[in-house]
Design a protein around this ligand. Structure first.
Ligand SMILES: NC(=O)c1ccc[n+]([C@@H]2O[C@H](COP(=O)([O-])OP(=O)(O)OC[C@H]3O[C@@H](n4cnc5c(N)ncnc54)[C@H](OP(=O)(O)O)[C@@H]3O)[C@@H](O)[C@H]2O)c1
Length: 267
């Protein structure tokens, strides 16, 4: 009997990975990590056993990893790279001490330029635990959700990509990918997971069709997009443009398009 632990299970990716793993492996073999005090009603309803632990509390992580054979470490949302790396390394140490046989880590495209992810990937490479690194692309959902809300409230979708394509991946597909690497580990693999390309013109057309009324796409400066501005600049510079090939192979199906994500977002 293989036993699994998934961290970040109260969050989006960890929850989706847990759901996907339940379709591949018996729920009774799956435990999820939640911080002390976190609301775990939804997790308990799914049937997974809840273990309490905090990336900032190494003893809690060692206890949570006891008896676990394969673990998914969902990266911490903390932005400070020093804190983030310390949290991740605490989990890697706990997993090694508990004898976890295989670990999947959700990193990010461009990890070599991100000190928190880079340090974690280095620690995995230097350690003795079998592991798979998933360098996840940016999630499609926040882009589509924002465009949908803008269209509903103003009839205008704004972007600063200047017609350049974006390549993003649905977080649902990334959760599925993570689950696959737990059920069938790929030791030593570093996979760059991305979805199909799309443009704001395509998305605006799809929103127009769905709403049944005209929606306009307007090009604006980065500064007008708040936190999305710097991200649009990355796509304008042709970065994060990895192909969907590795994600397609891993999940055994074509990754969701922005249009398919829109269908979910728009309900
Ligand atoms: N690729 C992308 O576009 C993208 C976008 C956003 C984030 N990310 C990265 O990918 C990760 C997963 O994304 P997500 O959307 O699932 O994020 P999310 O919904 O914010 O979930 C983060 C998870 O981490 C848990 N967590 C936070 N601090 C913790 C700690 N000290 N100890 C243990 N658990 C802790 C949270 O638990 P609580 O519920 O207790 O807070 C939550 O379950 C993020 O953490 C971030 O590193 C990627």
């Amino acid at each position: 009997m293989t036993t699994y632990l998934i961290t970040g299970a109260t969050g989006t990716l960890g929850h989706l990975a847990t759901q996907a793993l339940r379709a591949l492996e018996p729920t009774a073999h799956i435990a999820v990590l939640a911080r002390p005090g976190a609301d775990v009603d939804r997790l308990r309803e799914s049937g997974a056993a809840v273990r309490r632990g905090d990336y900032d509390d190494p003893p809690s992580l060692r206890a949570a990893c006891a008896g676990i054979e394969r673990a998914l470490l969902v990266s911490s949302p903390v932005l400070d790279p020093t804190v983030r790396a310390r949290q991740h390394l605490a989990f890697l140490d706990a997993a090694a001490a508990a004898g976890v046989a295989h670990l999947t880590y959700t990193s990010a495209l461009g990890a070599e330029h991100d000190p928190g992810h880079h340090r974690t990937e280095q620690a995995l490479a230097q350690g003795s635990t079998s592991h798979t690194i998933l360098r996840n692309g940016l999630y499609t959902e926040p882009f589509v959700e924002r465009a949908w809300q803008e269209a509903l409230t103003t009839g205008v979708v704004r972007s600063a990509t200047q017609g350049h394509a974006l390549r993003t991946a649905s977080v649902r597909d990334l959760g599925l990918a993570a689950a696959h690497t737990l059920a069938a580990p790929l030791p030593g693999a570093t996979l760059e997971l991305n979805g199909p390309g799309w443009t704001y013109d395509d998305l605006t057309d799809a929103i127009t069709t769905r709403l049944g009324r005209p929606v306009r796409h307007e090009s604006v400066d980065d500064a007008e997009l708040g936190p999305f501005g710097p991200v649009h600049a990355l796509f304008r510079a042709g970065l994060l443009a990895q192909s969907p090939a590795e994600l397609t192979r891993l999940i055994g199906q074509a990754p969701r398009t922005a249009g398919e994500v829109l269908a979910v977002v728009a309900g």
